[in-house]
Design a protein around this ligand. Structure first.
Ligand code: SF4
Length: 415
């Protein structure tokens, strides 16, 4: 097989603008937390953020902080502090690294943003268990710590067809949290403001989808590893003009790359799907590793998780219920397999990498035979690597790289 070559990650020009809007977001949150007239809500990443924004809350996302702990490699040192108070090393390492970091009075925010001294203290904590139960346990810990209310939506899981009954159950739960949130925010719920926020989230989501779909071109202009970083505004700034403008800027740059045949990976030979969580502390290493083999990882479940097609300002509550139920993580195996099949075909992919993340069974879809079924169904190879989103003690880099090299060799011989 081809020798691994020296890798260069191509710079995305829009990165400077992304850093600026992310910094503005954290400074505004910090200011809101110090100002009694403003309220801060902590929300799970696919929770009812649009409702909170419409009520005037500044919204902070603990999972984004978890990813920062992973990317800065602070997580592994923080996890034992959460284990020591009873949170198992086997549960979500976003939860354990985040709670551990809090106990150790550490946060990447103080390192990245001068003047920020800690997390923005919440006035309320809001969850949606559509992704997992861990998020509720996680926010419950902070509810006890800060003595602030917690509320949220308990979702159905493992859903095939999304029925009216499922949606009604969620709509009712959304309606139930409006009165207590009005009380905490000091603002009356305004359906027109809510429609505006939902419309902005829809726009953000549509542009993010277009960004990801530029990778249908060959060579693909955006690697999965870069996309996980550029996804930040879709996670924390959806529902704002800022996010919409950012993705228009990024889209322009990537369309230009696609038009000029500029790929994220020089001499792109193979195109892969990444199924599962990123390994946050190893993004750069993994990116360079794949570039070295002229292999582009260009589609993923993870980055697609912030595409919410159902948002509809004409029916904001029902459409929000649908948008947060339609996502991949909530669905059954049949849906997931068809979803991956569709992407493999549309993006003309050569293989699928499954990341079995030790502490996130919810985002590890290799454990019940899916890779084998997809290999048969799509006639393409798959590879599984063992690792974790944040706990690098669960990731053997050498073993993963050996497996991936053998996988790329298999792709070469099957050509
Ligand atoms: S889905 Fe996985 S990574 Fe995300 S909060 Fe739940 S357990 Fe953690």
């Amino acid at each position: 097989m081809g020798e691994e070559k020296k890798a260069t990650i191509k710079k995305i020009q829009a990165t400077g603008q992304m850093r600026k809007i992310m910094a503005d977001y954290f400074y505004e949150l910090d200011a809101a937390a110090r100002d009694d007239s403003q309220k801060v809500a902590w929300c799970t990443s696919v929770g009812p953020a649009e409702l909170l924004l419409s009520l005037g809350f500044r919204v902070y996302y603990p999972e984004n902080h978890g990813a920062m702990l992973g990317a800065t490699r602070m997580a592994t040192n923080c996890i034992p502090a959460a284990n020591a108070i009873g949170y198992s090393p086997d549960i979500c390492s976003y939860l354990t690294s985040d709670v551990g970091a809090y106990l150790r009075k550490e946060t990447p925010l103080t390192r990245a943003y001068e003047g920020i001294e800690g997390l923005p203290k919440p006035d309320v904590l809001v969850f949606n268990t559509n992704q997992c139960r861990d998020v509720q346990d996680w926010l419950s810990w902070y509810s006890r710590e800060f003595q602030v209310p917690i509320m949220g939506i308990s979702s159905f899981r493992n859903i095939g067809k999304i029925t009216d009954e499922v949606l009604e159950g969620i709509v009712q739960q959304i309606k139930d949290i409006i009165p207590p949130l009005e009380k905490i925010s000091g603002n009356k719920f305004d359906i027109d403001r809510f429609r505006e926020v939902v419309a902005l989230s829809k726009k953000c989501s549509a542009s993010w989808k277009k960004v990801l779909e530029t990778n249908m071109s060959a060579p693909a202009p955006l690697s999965f590893f870069d996309a996980t970083i550029h996804m930040g505004p879709a996670v924390v700034l959806r529902g704002s003009e800022t996010a919409v403008e950012y993705y228009e800027l990024l889209l322009k740059e990537l369309e230009e790359r696609a038009k000029n045949g500029v790929g994220a990976v020089e001499g792109e030979k193979f195109r892969l799907y990444w199924e599962g969580m990123p390994i946050w502390g190893k993004l750069r290493d993994m990116s360079e590793f794949f570039i070295g083999f002229n292999t582009a990882v260009i589609a993923s479940t993870y980055c697609n998780s912030w595409i919410f097609e159902a948002f509809d300002p004409a029916d904001p509550i029902l459409s929000m219920a649908r948008a947060y139920t339609e996502i991949f993580i909530v669905r059954d195996e049949n849906f997931k397999e068809k979803y991956i099949e569709d992407i493999v075909k549309r993006f003309k992919l050569d293989g699928i990498l499954f990341h079995d993340a030790k502490t996130c069974p919810n985002n590890s879809n290799n454990r019940y035979g899916m890779p084998e079924r997809l290999e048969k169904r799509l006639n393409i190879p798959t590879v599984t690597i063992n690792g974790d989103l944040n706990d690098l003690r669960c990731f053997s880099e050498e073993q993963a790289k050996t497996n991936i090299e053998a996988f790329i060799e298999q792709l070469e011989t099957s050509r």
